[in-house]
Design a protein around this ligand. Structure first.
Ligand code: MCA
Ligand code: AMP
Length: 511
């Protein structure tokens, strides 16, 4: 089936033998969607996209709440030969304007509730069709789908053709669209499905968003390849997860999931039937790893990935899951550590830049050949920006990052973007944004602000100016008004000193 469409063909194979089995179980309304139902809906969406004039390689962008229809739209887009472009639901219109301008999608699917604010933006960016999709499964996308019949067999797409573009924030403040091919997604799903021993008996607790690599590709593609089920939860909620664990077998989450679940009194009992807990997207503290093992008797399997590469390393399914490490390179993926200034390979466990090569590595940044050339070497090694080391027996430890990036509960936040907005506020002389340890989020955003002399701005004024200009999760959790910023002899702001000064800001809080 779907013979000429590389990714669709591979993702469909396992479930052909179990069309009636449940692929998606919607937690909110207990609705069960069989594989057959799912693929028929995806085929109808593909037909609707083609009827709307979609051509191979066209972008289908979406910003909608999590639902099974999103998964159908993803697969329908692949079948239609187009390129799926999901956007974080927290992005405000100003941010959406940038993504539409940069990616020039043919179709943009948005939440029915947001259509008023987004119509003008879609028009000014020459989007051909603005469709809607609400979390309750209604909208013009669904109307278009329902007007079609199933049976669409997929547009021809080869392994090197684009399947998706996912935006990842840029150190200069401009988000970059990572171009992912059919092979990138298929090869990584295949590797993970084998490494983590997924089967059609598995039921995956899916409480992650569907607009990032973790919840979209890792969770969904692996489940499709294995023919396993997903329990789709709209949000992360510890009560609901503990209640559902006894009927489930695997959970994928960011470290915040594990930190919060450890607070739940039922965890020990609830986790007894689970065979695997996987963590990634941000560092899992050794304390969390150890405590989880103490309470549930199971070692969390930590893995390491990036939007540009999907997953690179994983702790083993059998064998030692070593706390504080992200495990070993996945089969078929080369990982080297290099000297950041010369690019020469470093041996003997020395710390340096992690570089990755393999079928998982993306094609480049959308419309940014210069940026692509800076990060993707001619020999196809991708310079990750993560600093780490490899132990004698192959375990990789991430030590720090060379990029100025904050990871807050799995969401990436680039300080530069916030600094630029803070600096525009009347009365602000300059600012520096840093990430500091936070017991729940891992890292939280703190902004150090210097005011121009004669101005006396308070927190509310600053926060009011930032609201509606950036997504809420990027907003600083704390503002520090300072007389001046620490600088080195070259005049560069010393963020390490700020991190030391404010490192204890949230040490006792769970705000
Ligand atoms: C929500 N808020 C946050 C975050 N999430 N603030 C900072 N950082 C966050 N991550 C804020 C909201 O803006 C809101 O603020 C308030 O918290 C409550 O919002 P709510 O949605 O109720 O929050 P929550 O349910 O507690 O969300 C926490 C969460 C969520 C469930 C842990 O952040 C989450 O789903 N994170 C996972 C992200 C993820 O999938 N990352 C994978 C990226 P206000 O009250 O002011 O409105 S892919 C990746 O990294 C690579 C490839 C990889 O390796 O996987
Ligand atoms: P993103 O840009 O959302 O793809 O985030 C990728 C970044 O998340 C990587 O470059 C790492 O810095 C970080 N990351 C992913 N998994 C882990 C992990 N297990 N431990 C620490 N950092 C991680």
């Amino acid at each position: 089936m779907y013979e000429s469409n590389h990714l669709a063909k591979h993702l469909r194979t396992a479930s052909l033998k179990q069309n009636d089995a449940v692929f998606i179980h919607n937690h909110e309304n207990d609705q069960l969607i069989s594989f057959e139902n799912f693929f028929q809906n995806a085929e109808k969406i593909a037909s609707a996209l083609i009827s709307a004039g979609i051509k191979p390689g066209d972008r289908v962008a979406m910003q909608v709440e999590k639902s099974s229809s999103v998964v159908e739209l993803y697969f329908g887009t692949i079948l239609a030969g187009a390129c799926f472009l999901p956007l974080n639901t927290a992005y405000v219109p100003e941010e959406i304007d940038y993504f539409l301008r940069d990616s020039q999608p043919a179709i943009f699917v948005c939440d029915t509730l947001k259509i008023q604010g987004l119509t003008k933006i879609a028009k000014s960016n020459k989007v051909c069709h603005l469709w809607t999709l609400s979390a309750d499964g209604t909208g013009t996308l669904v109307d278009a789908r329902n007007a079609e019949s199933p049976g669409f067999n997929g547009v021809k797409r080869d392994h090197d053709d684009l399947a998706a573009i996912l935006y990842t924030s840029g150190t200069t403040g401009r988000s970059k669209g990572a171009m992912l091919t059919h092979m990138n997604l298929q090869s990584n799903a295949e590797t993970l499905f084998k490494s983590w021993h997924f089967t059609n008996k598995d039921i995956l607790i899916h409480a992650l968003p569907l607009y990032h690599t973790h919840g979209l590709f890792v969770a969904t593609n692996v489940s499709l390849l294995a023919g396993s089920s997903m329990l789709l939860m709209k949000n992360f909620n510890t009560d609901a997860i503990c209640k559902r664990m006894p009927q489930s077998s695997v959970m994928m989450g960011v470290p915040t999931f594990y930190v919060r679940l450890l607070e739940h009194p039922d965890l020990n009992n609830a986790a007894k039937n689970m065979r695997l807990f996987i963590s990634g997207s941000a560092p899992l503290l050794s304390q969390t790893h150890d405590l989880w093992k103490e309470v549930t008797g199971q070692a969390i399997l930590e893995r390491y990935g990036m939007t540009e590469t999907n997953m690179n390393t994983s702790n083993p399914y059998y064998g030692e899951r070593r706390a504080g490490t992200v495990g070993i390179s996945l089969p078929g993926i080369e990982l080297i550590v290099t000297d950041p200034s010369t690019g020469r390979i470093l041996k003997d466990g020395r710390t340096g830049m992690i570089e990755i090569r393999g079928p998982n590595v993306f094609k480049g940044y959308w419309g940014m050949p210069k940026k692509t050339a800076e990060e993707l070497r001619d020999n196809r090694f991708f310079i990750t920006g993560d600093l780490g080391k490899i132990s004698k027996d192959g375990y990789i430890t991430l030590v720090s990052r060379s990029k100025d990036l904050i990871i807050s509960a799995g969401y990436n936040i680039y300080p530069k973007e916030i600094e630029q907005l803070v600096n525009l506020i009347d009365g602000v002389l300059e600012s520096a944004v840093i990430g500091v340890p936070h017991p729940d989020l891992g890292e939280a955003v703190v902004a150090a602000i210097v005011l121009e002399s004669g101005f006396s701005l308070n927190e509310d004024i600053i926060m009011d100016s930032l609201h509606n200009r950036i997504a809420n999760f990027k907003l600083p959790k704390k503002l520090m008004f300072v007389k001046k910023l620490p600088r080195n002899s070259m005049g560069k702001i010393q963020k390490n000193i700020l991190r030391e000064s404010y490192g204890g800001t949230f040490s006792n809080s769970l705000d």
